[in-house]
Write a protein that binds this ligand. Structure first.
Ligand SMILES: Nc1nc2c(c(=O)[nH]1)N[C@H]1C(S)=C(S)[C@@H](COP(=O)(O)OP(=O)(O)OC[C@H]3O[C@@H](n4cnc5c(=O)[nH]c(N)nc54)[C@H](O)[C@@H]3O)O[C@H]1N2
Ligand SMILES: Nc1nc2c(c(=O)[nH]1)N[C@H]1C(S)=C(S)[C@@H](COP(=O)(O)OP(=O)(O)OC[C@H]3O[C@@H](n4cnc5c(=O)[nH]c(N)nc54)[C@H](O)[C@@H]3O)O[C@H]1N2
Ligand SMILES: [Mo]
Length: 702
C-alpha cells in the first residue's frame, strides 16, 4: 500500500519530516482532524489540525498518546493460532495463508452443518472509519448469509428517541453554540467525552450565558459549570416535563412555532399540566423551587443550547427521555436562532453511500441478534432468537468480553469448546484470550479511511502515515482475502480501499455537494454543504412522517408506547424494584474514565498511571457501611461482582456509586470490571443497553 505524504520542510532537524493528514478513528463526537509527522518511516508526532474549526489544534489526553499505543511493545504483529486450552491465552505464530485457509475451511464447514446464520459477526466502533468498520466486512457477512448483528450498544435508544420527535439524528450546530444565552449540559461529561465542544461553551459564557450541568455525578465538567443539578439517575424525562409545565404555565411558549411546525401541541400542553415541579421533585431528587426556576430560565432564554449526550439514555426509559427533552426547543421556538436547540448527534447529515459500501440487500434475509444480548446468544441453543446455535464468532473493532453487559454470561459463552472464535485486534484483549485465531489489524496510522462525525459537520479523510507494523493488515484486506477464499462472488471484493472511499462518497445528497475525494485529499476534511452555523429546523423541515415536530407520535403508539412524552422510570430503582433495592440499594454509574476510551488505551501505561479501578460513594452511604475511603470494596448484585478502591466524596449524589470505566478485566486485581453487574435488559426504544440502570451493594472486601 502506498503511503501518501505531503512534504514539509523542517527547520529544526536534518531528517526530512513529512506531515500526513489523518482523522482520529475513535468513538467520540469530536472526530478530530490530525497531522502526523513522519521521519524516516516512523511517526514521531501527532497533533490536532489548527485550521479545523472544531479540532482547533488540540487533541485529547488519550489521542495525544496515539503513537505510544501504536508502537506499544504488546502490539499484535502476526497471525496466531490457539494451542493451549480455551481462554489460556497460549498461541503460536502462523502464516497468513495458514490462518486464512483454516478459518475459511472452518467457517465453510459450520455453514454446511448448521447454516450460515450460525456465524455471528461482532463489531462496534473500535474505529469509526467507514472503510475499516462497514465495507468489506459487511459485504463478506452479507454474502455469506451470516446472522446480522444489531449494533445497539451505544446510541440507538437516544437516536430513536430523537427520530420519534424530530425525524432525524440532526441537531443544533456546535459551531453556533457561542450565540447561546443558556447552556444545559445534560447527561454529558463534556470535558471527558466531547472535549472539543468546551471552547464553544466558554465562548458562550464569555458572552453572558449561564452554563448548567444536569448529572448525578459532579464530574470534572460539572465542577466547571455555574451550577450542578444532581438529578437522580434515569429521571430526566420527569424534569423535562416539569420544565415544559412551567414554560406553558407562564406563557413562554412560541405560539407561532408551535402552530406552524409541530403536531400535538394541545395534547402536550394537557400532558405537562399534570407535571408540576412539585410532582417532579421527589422523582428527580431536585427541589421543586429550583425546577420551577429552571423552567423559567429556559423559557426566558432566546436560544438555549441543550447538549444531551448518551449518558442519560442508558436507562429503561432512555429513548423516551431523549424524545421528551427534544421537545423543549420546539415549544420555545429556540430552533429559530443560532445557539438554540438540542444536540444529541449530527450524524444524520452525513449521507455517505453506505448501502453501496456494505451491500445490505445481500444479507437481508438472515436473522438478527442484538449485540447487548451476546451472553444470551452464545448460551442458548437457538441463540435466543430462533434458529441454529451460534457456532462461530468473528470479532473486530470491539472488545465484547469487557464492554458487553452481563460479563459473566458472555464469558460462559466464550468458554464453549464448540464455539469457533476469530478476533481481529491490535492487542491481546480479554476477548482475544478466548480466540481460536487472533489476526493482527492495522491502526489508523497504517490504513486509509473516511469518517463522518456525530459532534460536528465535517467529513474527514485518513491517509496512512506509516507502513503496517509487522504483518498487520487492514480489516478491509482481511475480509477481502477471506471472501475470496470462501468462494464468494469475486466482484464484491475487487475494490481496493481508495476505490471504497470513492464508493462511500458517491452520494447524491445535497449536504454532500462539494465533499469529494479531491477536496478531502487537499485539506484532509471538508465541511458538509450546510451554512455556518447550521440552523437545521429554523423553518421546520423535520424528517418525521408529518414533516413537523411530533409531540404526538403515531409511530410511538404503533410500538405500544405512549404517543405523548412521558416519564418511564428506570427498571432498577427503589420505587420500581423495592425488594431488589433492599438488598442492592445503590445505583451504579460506570461512565467513561477520563483517560480511557471505552476499553481502548487502558493498556497504555502513561494513561493508566498505575491506577486501579476505583469507585466513589457519598459520605452518608459510606457511613452506613462503615467505609472510610481508601479501602478495597466489592461492588455486587445477583449478576456478579467486581472490586475497586473506594473514595468517599460528596461529588456523587446520595444513593449513587460512580465507577469510572471501562477497565480491562485482566488489568484489574480481580480480573473483573463493571459489566460483571450490568444486565442484558433493553431500553424502551432502539433495543439499547441499560448500563446505568443497575442496582448494587458496596461492601468492604473481606
Ligand atoms: N474520554 C472518553 N471519551 C469518550 C468515551 C470514553 O470512554 N472516554 N466514550 C465515547 C463514547 S463511545 C460515547 S458513547 C460517549 C459517551 O459520553 P457521554 O454521552 O457524555 O456519556 P457518559 O459519559 O456515558 O455519561 C455522561 C454523563 O451522564 C451521567 N449520567 C448517567 N446517568 C444519567 C442520568 O440518568 N441522567 C443524567 N442527567 N445524567 C446521567 C453520567 O454520570 C456521566 O457524567 O463518549 C465518547 N467519548
Ligand atoms: N459498563 C459500561 N459498559 C459500556 C459502556 C459504559 O459506559 N459502561 N459504554 C458502552 C459504549 S457507549 C460503547 S460505544 C461500547 C464500546 O465498545 P467497543 O466498541 O467494543 O469499544 P472498545 O472497548 O474501545 O474496543 C474497541 C476494540 O477495537 C480495537 N480496534 C480499534 N481499531 C481497530 C481496527 O482498525 N481493526 C480491528 N480489528 N480492531 C480495532 C481496539 O484495539 C479495541 O480493543 O462499550 C459499552 N460498554
Ligand atoms: Mo458509545
Amino acid at each position: 500500500m502506498a503511503v501518501s505524504v505531503e512534504p514539509r520542510s523542517n527547520a529544526t532537524s536534518d531528517v526530512a519530516t513529512v506531515v500526513v493528514r489523518g482523522a482520529c478513528p475513535h468513538d467520540c463526537p469530536d472526530t478530530c482532524a490530525t497531522l502526523v509527522s513522519v521521519q524516516d518511516g516512523r511517526a514521531v508526532r501527532i497533533q490536532g489540525d489548527p485550521d479545523h474549526p472544531v479540532t482547533a489544534g488540540f487533541l485529547c489526553a488519550k489521542v495525544n498518546r496515539y503513537l505510544e499505543r501504536t508502537y506499544h511493545p504488546d502490539r499484535l504483529q502476526y497471525p496466531m493460532r490457539r494451542v493451549g486450552p480455551k481462554g489460556s491465552g497460549e498461541f503460536v505464530r502462523v502464516s497468513w495463508d495458514e490462518a486464512l485457509d483454516d478459518i475459511a475451511m472452518r467457517l465453510r464447514s459450520i455453514a454446511e452443518t448448521h447454516g450460515a446464520d450460525a456465524i455471528l459477526p461482532y463489531s462496534y466502533a473500535g474505529t469509526m472509519g467507514l472503510i475499516q468498520a462497514e465495507s468489506m466486512d459487511r459485504r463478506f457477512f452479507h454474502a455469506l448469509g451470516a446472522s446480522q448483528l444489531l449494533r445497539t450498544i451505544c446510541s440507538t435508544a437516544g437516536g430513536e428517541g430523537l427520530v420519534m420527535t424530530n425525524g432525524s439524528r440532526v441537531g443544533a450546530d456546535p459551531e453556533g453554540l457561542e450565540h447561546s444565552d443558556l447552556v444545559l449540559l445534560w447527561g454529558t461529561n463534556t470535558l471527558t467525552s466531547n472535549p472539543h465542544l468546551w471552547p464553544f461553551v466558554l465562548k458562550a459564557r464569555e458572552r453572558g450565558a449561564r452554563v448548567l450541568c444536569i448529572d448525578p455525578v459532579r464530574t470534572r465538567t460539572a465542577e466547571q459549570c455555574d451550577e450542578w443539578l444532581a438529578i437522580r439517575p434515569g429521571t430526566d424525562a420527569a424534569l423535562a416535563l416539569a420544565m415544559m409545565h412551567v414554560v406553558f404555565d407562564e406563557g413562554f411558549e412560541d405560539a407561532d412555532y408551535l402552530a406552524q411546525h409541530t403536531v400535538g401541541a394541545d395534547e402536550l400542553r394537557a400532558r405537562v399540566k399534570e407535571w408540576t415541579p412539585e410532582r417532579a421533585a421527589p422523582i428527580t431528587g431536585l427541589d421543586a423551587g429550583r425546577i420551577r426556576e429552571l423552567g423559567r430560565e429556559y423559557g426566558r432564554a432566546k436560544a438555549a443550547f441543550v447538549r444531551i449526550n448518551y449518558g442519560l439514555q442508558r436507562h429503561a426509559g432512555g429513548g423516551m427521555a431523549v424524545r421528551t427533552i427534544a421537545c423543549l426547543p420546539a415549544v420555545t421556538g429556540h430552533w429559530r436562532r443560532p445557539g438554540g436547540g438540542v444536540l444529541l448527534s449530527t450524524s444524520g447529515s452525513f449521507k455517505f453511500n453506505r448501502a453501496a459500501l456494505a451491500r445490505p440487500e445481500l444479507g437481508s434475509h438472515t436473522r438478527s441478534i442484538n449485540m447487548i444480548r451476546l451472553g444470551e446468544a452464545l448460551n442458548s441453543p437457538d441463540a435466543g432468537v430462533g434458529g441454529p446455535p451460534v457456532q462461530a464468532l468473528v470479532v473486530y473493532n470491539s472488545n465484547p468480553v469487557d464492554v458487553a453487559p452481563d460479563r459473566n454470561a458472555v464469558l460462559r459463552g466464550m468458554a464453549r469448546e464448540d464455539l469457533f472464535t476469530v478476533v481481529l485486534e491490535h492487542f491481546q484483549t480479554n476477548t482475544a484470550d478466548w480466540a481460536d485465531y487472533v489476526l493482527p489489524a492495522t491502526t489508523q496510522l497504517e490504513h486509509w479511511d473516511v469518517h463522518f462525525a456525530y459532534g460536528h459537520n465535517s467529513a474527514t479523510l485518513n491517509r496512512p502515515a506509516i507502513e503496517p507494523l509487522g504483518e498487520a493488515r487492514p480489516n478491509s484486506e482481511i475480509f477481502r482475502q477471506l471472501g475470496r477464499r470462501m468462494g464468494l462472488p469475486p466482484e464484491l471484493f475487487a475494490d481496493d480501499d481508495i476505490a471504497l472511499i470513492k464508493v462511500a462518497l458517491d452520494s447524491q445528497a445535497e449536504t454532500f455537494r462539494g465533499v469529494t475525494f479531491e477536496t478531502l485529499m487537499e485539506r484532509g476534511w471538508t465541511r458538509l454543504n450546510v451554512p455556518t452555523p447550521y440552523l437545521p429546523f429554523a423553518n421546520g423541515g423535520f424528517g418525521t412522517p408529518s414533516g413537523k415536530v411530533e409531540f404526538r407520535s403515531e409511530r410511538m403508539k404503533a410500538l405500544g408506547l405512549d404517543p405523548l412524552p412521558t416519564y418511564i422510570p428506570p427498571r432498577e430503582l427503589p420505587e420500581t424494584a423495592p425488594e431488589l433495592a433492599k438488598r442492592f440499594p445503590l445505583s451504579l454509574i460506570s461512565s467513561p474514565r477520563h483517560y480511557f476510551l471505552n476499553t481502548t488505551f487502558v493498556n497504555v501505561a502513561s494513561l493508566r498511571k498505575g491506577a486501579e479501578p476505583e469507585c466513589i460513594v457519598h459520605p452518608n452511604d459510606a457511613a452506613r457501611r462503615n467505609l472510610q475511603g481508601g479501602e478495597r470494596v466489592v461492588i455486587h448484585n445477583d449478576r456478579g461482582h467486581f472490586g475497586a478502591v473506594v473514595r468517599v466524596e460528596d461529588s456523587v449524589r446520595e444513593g449513587v456509586v460512580w465507577a469510572p470505566s471501562i477497565w480491562w478485566g485482566k488489568l484489574s486485581p480481580d480480573g473483573q470490571n463493571a459489566n460483571a453487574v450490568t444486565s442484558q435488559d433493553e431500553t424502551d426504544l432502539g433495543r439499547g443497553p441499560v448500563f446505568y440502570d443497575t442496582l448494587v451493594e458496596v461492601s468492604a472486601a473481606d
